[in-house]
Ligand binder design. Sequence first.
Ligand SMILES: [Zn+2]
Length: 377
Amino acid sequence: MASHDERVLGLIPYDGALTISDLVRDSGLSRPTVTGVLGRLHAAGAVEETVVAPAGLGRPAKRWRRPPRHGTFGVIALSRDAVRVRVVVGDDRHAAERERRLDVSLDAQGALVHGHRFLRECLTELGAPADGLSRVVLGLPCPVGGPEGDHPRVRGILPDWIGIRPAESLRALLPGTAIVMENDANLGALGELEQGAGRGGTDLVYIKLAPGLGAALILGRRRLHRGAAGLAGEIGHVQINPMGHPCACGARGCLATEIPLDPWHEPPASAEPFPAGDPAADRVLHRLGALLGEQLGALANLLDPGRVIVSTDTTPPPPVLLDGIRDGIRRTALPVVSDLPVVASPLGIRAELIGGIALARSGDATPSRTGDQRTST
Ligand SMILES: [Zn+2]
């Protein structure tokens, strides 16, 4: 594909459609060039035209979008504490899901076995053939990248997964199905872009605050920024206290070890450490948010994002936590970016399932990422 064609196609989002004027502005190419590119992409079946009625007065606008892919797509979204699976046949109206709590960080084989079993169960529920999956995305709570784009970077993050080759294991179980691995927070960000707080936005920072601590960056309208080694977004390992607690990554005082992430996520049976409205609990949550916000303020100075989306598992993030994040940002960001909007994720952990299906359906992956070339993990 010619570079202009790639550039224009790359601007068309997963979840929406753009006018030719949008594409001219965002690509920096001339209108005749963009018109020519769209003609070629349309002839190749890579884009299609759609007419969108305006919200108010005015003429309906012609827009360009990616045609929906046909097929059966699946996602196995592994969090540290659960296996979640979603399978979609055709469009989102025919979908099935499964979920099971499991200590994924300590049980790699169990996570993969359950993920595979749930895919099969979903296919049966949907009346789809057992070998009918076109592409499956495997979400992992660790960076995914490397020179081949196909390596889970578990060292220092998921020590019990060292030596496990999740993509190869799944390929053996699902012959003929392309397997794409992706970081869990990246899937969450794509889900928010598709159906949540990222719709219509550009330059997003997505924060997954529980379980675990991760971040993802969407640059421009749709481009997930994975980084050279797939490590982009590992905000949990920013050091905030050189004398702090030791971290699994080998450093001390990482953000993930210095802020108590789990109290409201999995409160001990004996106590409710963060009851709503308790002033002491609110102070802790505010402080926790501020520590994170200070790092986001530095990030805002570097990247100037359009908004921050905060996700905390299935429950909406407590408002006092979001206030703490905003205060932290104001402390470290330049005045012009200090009012960066911080919004709650409406999807919670389900964003990873939605983002996983969007990624599977988009085919937005290099051949090695999809496993079509049988690269090793
Ligand atoms: Zn660390």
